[in-house]
Structures are given as C-alpha cells and as structure tokens.
Ligand binder design. Structure first.
Ligand SMILES: [Zn+2]
Length: 289
C-alpha cells in the first residue's frame, strides 16, 4: 500500500513538474512581442528650432534624438518586449551615432527604398517617436508634412492629414497598431484625433513654428519610458485605424524655391500644384510605387 502511495506521489510530482514547464514555456511564447520605433527628430525632447535639426546646432539635435530613442527602448524592454527595432527616420536616416544607442535594440539607418518601415514584419506595435504636427498647424513646432520645402498640405480620402495619419494608415496595412506618439502638444492632439485610444507623450508645448515651452529633458526621458511601458501594456486594446479603399492621397506642392513651411515668415500659397492619386495601398501612394 505504502509503495503504491509513494509511486502515485512520484507520478503526481512528475505531472506537476511537467505542467509547470509547459505553462512557463507557453507563457513565455505568449508574451514574446516585437516593437518597432520609428523616430523623427523635430518632436524630440529639447528640440525647438531648425538649426538643431540640420543647422549649426545639429550635433546637439542628434544627441537629443539618441537620448529619446534610448528612453523609449528602455521602456520597451521594461514592458517585456523581446525584440525592438529602432528606425532613424529623419532626413536621410543617418542622424544618430550608432554607438550611443542601447545595444539591445536593432538600429535601422539610411535610405530604405520602396518601404516606409524596414524590418517591420512580425511587429506587434509601432511607436512614432519625436514626431511633429502636420504642415501649417498653428503653434506646431517645426510642423510639416513629409517635406517642409515642397508640401504645404496633404489629404487622405478628403481629410487633411500629416505624417501621423499616413503612417498609422500604412501600419494598419501591415496589421500593426500605433500605440504611442511623442512630440509637442499639437502632434499629441493630432494623434488622438486620428488614432482612438493612442497613448501620447508630450515633451514640449508648441508656441510657434520655431518656439516651444520645453519639458526639462531628463523629465521628458522619464515620461517617454513611462508612456512607452503604459502603451505596450495596453497594446492589445489600441485599434488600428480604418481607411476606405481605394484610398485617395492628395498633395499640394509648393512652387520651387518657396520658404519652408516651418519658417515663421511662410504664408500658404493660393496656387499650389495639386496632385491626387488613388490606389489600394497608402504606402504605395506615398512612396510612388
Ligand atoms: Zn523629420
């Protein structure tokens, strides 16, 4: 009798151990997730003017951008992300010094012809970091839509749109929700108008195209990490945006040699060159594929 009891108890222990291993394996698999962080520069902490994003103070701007990336990467891993891809997405895409970026993340730099988000496959969430409001947004710091020199406005299916709306539409085409947006108060408002439930992180209050009230930079980094964690914890509740297809994208191009849209002296032109295209993919329309 005792022997049978002992054997039963050993069998029970084996089963419990097996179930424990199985549940640990299963829960690890269930929690594995990849985050894609597309980083622009105009909306990064500490950035107010065009001289920081390509002018005499650009080295300062590049450092601010790297610091925001690292705050976000830290938030991703603290939230349990198992893979983080961070895209250097301003201008030519070679802004940050790779040595300064948290080595747990994969950094994508340089041109990526034909795709908006390189290495996007398998991503569970997209973060738009350091973004700016659409062209001509009153009080939007360095506000523009893709090109401050050549575009004064864009419309998606008749609704005026900036990079937030277009990028969220492209992400939705890849079945990925945009969960967090950082930048000034204007881009945060734009993000909320386009993406219901998105988490926003305000690192400055825009007071003009080249002026802002800045959140102290260390505090902004703390906020970025905290909001990233919060957004990733809620990633399954944040919906992808819905776009009607065929989609129509319209551009109002400026005459060559115009002032940049974020120059305080810029006035919208009455006779822009208007281009409108329709198709089954916003990404293809944007990239001219
Ligand atoms: Zn930019």
């Amino acid at each position: 009798m005792n022997l049978i009891k002992r054997q039963l108890s050993i069998t029970n222990q084996t089963i419990i151990l097996f179930l424990l291993i199985l549940s640990l394996t299963f829960s690890n698999t269930a929690q594995a997730f990849k985050v894609y962080v597309f980083t622009d520069m105009e909306g990064c902490s500490g950035i107010t003017g065009s001289e920081q994003i390509g002018g005499t103070r650009k080295d300062e701007g590049k450092k601010f951008m790297a610091e925001d990336m690292n705050a976000c990467i830290a938030g991703c891993f603290a939230a349990g992300a198992t893979e983080v891809v961070v895209r250097d997405g301003h201008g030519g895409g070679t802004n940050v010094n790779a040595k300064l970026i948290d080595s747990r993340a994969k950094l994508v730099q340089g041109p990526t012809p034909g795709v908006r988000f390189k290495d996007f496959d398998g991503a569970d969430a997209l973060i738009l970091l350091g973004y700016h409001a659409m062209a001509l947004t009153p009080g939007g710091v360095l506000a523009h839509s893709y090109s401050s020199a050549s575009i004064q406005g864009m419309w998606l299916n008749g609704r005026e749109v900036g990079e937030i709306g277009v990028d969220a539409a492209i992400a939705a085409e890849h079945k990925v929700p945009v969960v967090m947006v950082s930048g000034d108060d204007k881009v945060c408002a734009e993000a909320k108008a386009w993406i219901p439930g998105v988490i926003t992180c305000e690192v400055k209050k825009g007071t003009g195209p080249q002026s802002a009230d800045i959140v102290p930079v260390e505090e902004a980094h703390r906020l970025i990490k905290q909001k990233t964690e919060e957004a990733l914890a809620r990633r399954k509740d944040i919906k992808m945006i819905k776009v009607k297809y065929p989609a129509t994208l319209r551009w109002d191009y400026l005459p060559k040699g115009s002032l940049r849209t974020h120059n305080p002296a810029f006035k919208p032109v009455d006779n822009p060159r208007r281009v409108e295209k329709s198709g089954d993919s916003v990404e293809k329309l944007l990239l001219g594929k």
